[in-house]
Design a protein around this ligand. Structure first.
Ligand SMILES: *Cc1c(COP(=O)(O)O)cnc(C)c1O
Length: 352
């Protein structure tokens, strides 16, 4: 069967009109990569997989929801979509708006958007408004604008975003033959954890695929769901998680609790160490996307999670190329050598 995107593949499971024509860039169908080397480094005796959702058309899982949101916006005759964004939502909204022939307006917080994400929104021609405030400020503005006008909100408050993002859970169940025992993922505005839990429950109701325990992971400087209160000035290297007042916070807490899991926080150092672990097996994700591994590792080392005999899936939400600065800033510069074969050859052989 030719792959035609998540709406085509999972139409029976998505609350969308059956005859609708999808606005798609063939998102989804992302690799579920076995990483036994990392399982061994965490003690072994269990199966570990990375769901690499950075392999979506605009480099993040946001495309799963955006195909559904733009499909519905177009079908309902909308002309313009708007979102607030820490970066990936804006690139995705802009790309899918182009696909649908709609206008995209994105509002981003000043200076807190990774360079590859901003470039994406610019490349796709979005109208970009930057404010000297936080993501949470931007979100409250775009919500109000969408309420006062015919402009469609495509943040994850849009129910079709959640519908589309359920496809991640379906794909994992299809690939493994059942749900994993444990699912670990980053939590920012909390749309994705809400979607995964809804997706697993729905698939289980229909197919008896089982339910995973869910470990949601926030960055310590932006951990409202762990602290139990709004964070006014969220701060973390994981720009996609710089959110102090998650729109679907209640649902995220419910998802973790109903699944028998929890939401925890990890430090920026733990996030960057987890990013390195993933690159060491060939998978480069942006910092936020390493939070799932960072949280899992911390829980295993603390003895609060015993993965023995289990199947564990880490959701890696965005591609590393979105945020190249974080790598180049924290790494040594390349070695400079003269244009001289002998010197270069000797240098290389000395190191072996
Ligand atoms: C949006 C985003 C998140 C956070 O997802 P939520 O649905 O807001 O919790 C995590 N990682 C990346 C790369 C993202 O783009």
């Amino acid at each position: 069967m030719t792959y035609r995107g998540i709406i085509h593949r999972y139409r029976n499971y998505l609350d969308l009109p059956t005859e609708i024509e999808p606005v798609t860039l063939l998102e989804g169908d992302t690799p579920l990569i076995p990483v036994p080397e990392l399982a061994a480094r965490l003690g072994g005796g269990f199966e570990l997989f990375v769901k690499f959702d950075g392999m979506n058309p605009t480099g993040s899982f946001k495309d799963r929801g955006m195909t559904a949101a733009l499909t519905m916006a177009k079908a309902r005759g909308k002309k313009t979509v708007i979102c607030a964004s820490t970066g990936n939502t804006s690139a995705s909204a802009a790309a899918y708006a182009n696909r649908a022939g709609l206008r995209a307006i994105v509002m981003i917080p000043d200076g807190k958007v990774a360079v590859g994400k901003l470039a994406g929104a610019i490349a796709y021609g979005a109208e970009i408004i930057q404010i000297p405030g936080s993501f949470d400020d931007a979100l409250s503005f775009v919500v109000e604008i969408s309420q006062k006008s015919d402009i469609e909100l495509v943040n994850s408050l849009n129910p079709y975003r959640i519908e589309g993002q359920k496809s991640g859970a379906f794909e994992i169940c299809d690939a493994l033959g059942s749900a994993p025992d444990l699912l670990c993922l980053p939590v920012g505005n909390a749309g994705n954890i809400t979607s995964y839990w809804a997706g697993f429950r729905q698939y289980n109701d229909v197919n008896g695929s089982g339910l995973p325990e869910i470990l949601g992971v926030q960055a310590a400087g932006a951990a409202p769901l762990v602290l139990g209160h709004v964070v006014d000035q969220p701060e973390t290297v994981a720009t996609a998680l710089r959110i102090g007042n998650p729109a679907r916070g209640e649902q995220a807490l419910a998802a973790a609790e109903e699944s028998g899991g929890k939401i925890i926080a990890v430090s920026d150092d733990e996030i960057l160490a987890a990013q390195k672990m993933l690159t060491s097996v060939g998978i480069w994700v942006e910092p936020a996307s390493a939070a799932g591994l960072a949280g899992f590792k911390a829980q295993v080392e603390a003895g609060t999670i015993n993965p023995a005999g289990k199947r564990v899936v880490l959701i890696c939400t965005g591609h590393g190329m979105k945020d190249p600065d974080i790598i180049t800033k924290n790494s040594p510069a390349p070695i400079r050598m003269p244009v001289n074969f002998d010197q270069i050859y000797q240098f290389i052989m000395k190191g072996l």
